[in-house]
Write a protein of this length. Structure first.
Length: 97
């Protein structure tokens, strides 16, 4: 993860910048500043939905582990990669630990 995020960082989706709509098991997001659209798959949608309130990264990983049959190592890696992408797109707000 970028040095801005760690397992103790508190993250939340940035609803002031993105509007979201579910389509099947995916979510389409629109950046309200640029009008750009992004699509996220089912796992990304689960992460987006879980982050409707502030949550530590480590707790987000634990929530995803409850939903999917995956090792903690793989889950942590994949969630961190997705959070990095979300951060680069300004899809997250962060409260440092």
């Amino acid at each position: 993860m970028t040095n801005q995020l760690n397992l103790e960082s508190i993250v939340q989706r940035n609803e002031s910048k993105y509007l979201a709509n579910s389509i099947g098991d995916e979510t389409v997001l629109m950046n309200t500043e640029t009008g750009d659209y992004l699509g996220i798959n089912g796992v990304g949608t689960d992460i987006w939905n879980i982050l409707n309130s502030p949550l530590k990264v480590k707790d987000l990983i634990n929530e995803i582990l409850k939903l999917y049959d995956v090792s903690e190592e793989v889950c942590t890696s994949q969630v961190n990669t997705f959070l990095d992408t979300m951060l680069k797109q300004s899809m997250l707000t962060i409260t440092p630990a």
